[in-house]
Design a protein around this ligand. Structure first.
Ligand code: FE
Length: 236
């Protein structure tokens, strides 16, 4: 069995070949709402319909789901906004109110979920919790569900491409070798979320024009995905 240190001797890109969807898992305990982006949601039985999700014990949502014994799954689409992913993916509910500036719905149990940027939602009651050391696995029985907006489901691979998270390397061909040289020369990677700044593309949403070298970006600029500043970027 490989542990994480031993695995570093192998190519970590192997793991990127495993396919996942991307979801926002939400819950509420009393007046406290929580939610986070997850790629580990899976249906495990059909009668009754049960799904599982893994939650880090360090995640603010973990204790809230444990207490409330309820959670919702919002199934994200390719139309999901950068703001929704950024807020729920890389920030902690301990530090900010993630729901403050985003529109969301509330189900009949009082739990939040999202319509914009999603294709479906599922309401679940926790029927079992399994301890995996660093994470808890919540087994949820689906008690309700609805289609939200017409759209295409986003996969983990799409997510990495659309939001420019570090993309997996492919077999070494000439073209790919060229790309590798380009990456080593020009690209900067966010140490926290893996977002890759490409000077050819810039970050027009944040006012950084295409063609702007990383060195010329103002120090006030922050990672468009997770919000950390320039000092958290490393040259590829
Ligand atoms: Fe980032």
């Amino acid at each position: 069995m490989l542990n994480s240190n031993q695995f570093s001797m192998l190519s970590p890109e192997i793991l990127f070949d495993i396919s996942y969807g991307i979801y926002i898992v939400t819950s509420r305990d009393g007046d406290t709402q929580c939610g986070f982006v997850s790629n580990t949601v899976m249906q495990v039985t059909s009668s009754p319909i049960q799904i599982v999700t893994m939650v880090s014990k360090n995640n603010y949502s973990c204790s809230i789901i444990e207490k409330s014994e309820k959670f919702n799954i919002s199934v994200l689409s390719k139309d999901v906004s950068k703001e929704l992913v950024s807020t729920f993916g890389y920030k902690s509910g301990k530090d900010i109110d993630k729901f403050e500036s985003l529109s969301y719905e509330t189900d009949s149990r009082g739990l939040p979920y999202f319509k914009q940027g999603t294709v479906a939602m599922l309401s679940c009651n926790v029927v079992r919790v399994i301890d995996f050391g660093t994470h808890l696995m919540f087994v949820g029985e689906v008690v309700n569900g609805e289609k939200t907006v017409e759209g295409k489901v986003i996969t983990y691979k799409d997510f990495r491409e659309i939001f420019k998270a570090a993309s997996p390397k492919n077999a070494p061909t000439f073209q790919q070798k060229l790309n590798q040289v380009k990456m080593e020369k020009d690209l900067y990677v966010c140490n926290l979320c893996g977002y890759v700044y490409d000077p050819e593309v810039g970050d027009p949403d944040s006012g950084i024009a295409p063609g702007t070298p990383f060195e010329d970006i103002p120090n006030t600029w922050v990672c468009p995905i997770c919000g950390v500043d320039k000092s958290n970027f490393s040259k590829k």
